[in-house]
Write a protein that binds this ligand. Structure first.
Ligand code: GDP
Length: 297
């Protein structure tokens, strides 16, 4: 199924109920608002987010009155569109670069979310924008992850700093950063261990790596397929280690959109980039307005 497909048709039901109306009223938006609420919940948007959204849209809808040349259903589409953009953070949230020395980007995330792939994709993305990059392999618990990063690094022609698996992540981070400074690298991207679930060892290790690296960006990689769970993860990681944003992967899959819609509102942290495929070029900035456009069909 096309992502947002269900959400799009769910919302269409709301507009359709307003066909033939002359003005939006408290009464005639009741049923459409129920459709909107249902569509968002079915898309796996977090409940508190849905409540606030519906409230905000309803308040505006009853206040607009008659606008010449614009039908009530079009008015409601416009209000929902604007609120969706707001919900997703409004503006695109750009990556931040260090004023001097290498920019350090620390990537974290649970296993299987696409973190290793994102490391290489991000290097490829930044290279195209004129930045020299280096990847640092910090997933010492899975030798296969290090091998995978090396292979992907070769694919995008970006150096990968590796050590043996006996070295602590914080030590790898330190050495990797020194190496990057020696080579005058613009951006260092550090991969870290992913686990099946959050545990204390993981968080402690991340905190230590963060302390050593003093990164410009700490980005949590989350899988869009996990729906509102993704927003919860971003919140937890932010409280535990402090992050600057999220990267949402697997947007090409049949996720229903809940993650894209909930992350910012729930966690306070923006989605900065999205992955939409397995190829190296499948990483792009997260544009709230374009995303809203896709949702509205
Ligand atoms: P990690 O365990 O978080 O490092 O995850 P990997 O980078 O190894 O990715 C796990 C799987 O997800 C691999 O098969 C990737 O090819 C795949 N994957 C990663 N990102 C995307 C994406 O945006 N879309 C799709 N369809 N697959 C992805």
């Amino acid at each position: 199924a096309e992502m947002f497909g269900q959400l799009t048709s769910g919302l269409e039901a709301a507009w359709n109920k307003l066909k033939g109306e002359e003005v939006l009223t408290k009464e005639n938006i009741v049923e459409p608002m129920k459709d909107i609420r249902r569509a968002l919940l079915e898309a796996d948007v977090s409940l508190p987010v849905v409540r606030r959204f519906v409230q905000a849209v309803s308040e505006q809808a009853v206040g607009v009155g008659v606008i010449r040349g614009v039908t009530p259903d079009q008015q409601l589409v416009k209000i929902v569109s604007d609120e969706l953009v707001k919900l997703m953070g409004g503006e695109v949230s750009e990556l931040v670069f260090a004023k001097s020395g290498p920019t350090v980007i620390l990537l974290a995330g649970l296993q299987g979310v696409g973190k290793t792939t994102v490391c290489a994709k991000l290097a490829f993305y930044l290279k195209k924008r004129g930045k020299s990059c280096m990847l640092v392999a910090g997933d010492v618990y899975r030798p296969a992850a290090i091998d995978q990063l090396v292979i992907l690094g070769e694919q995008v022609d970006v150096p990968v700093y590796t050590t043996g698996t006996g070295v602590k992540p914080a030590e790898i981070a330190k050495q990797g950063l020194q190496e990057a400074k020696r080579k005058n690298i613009d951006v260092v991207i550090m991969d870290t261990a992913g686990r099946l679930q959050i545990d204390k060892t993981m968080m402690d290790e991340l905190k230590e790596v963060k302390r050593v690296l003093n990164p410009t960006e700490v980005l949590l990689v989350v899988d869009a397929m996990t729906g509102q769970e993704a927003a919860g993860l971003v919140t937890t990681f932010n409280l535990e280690i402090g992050i600057t944003g999220a990267i949402l992967t697997k947007l090409d899959g049949d996720s229903r959109g809940g993650a894209a819609l909930s992350v910012k509102e729930v966690s306070g942290k923006p989605i900065k980039l999205v992955g939409r495929g397995e190829r190296m070029e499948d990483l792009e900035p997260f544009y709230p307005d374009r995303m809203a456009g896709r949702i509205l069909g």
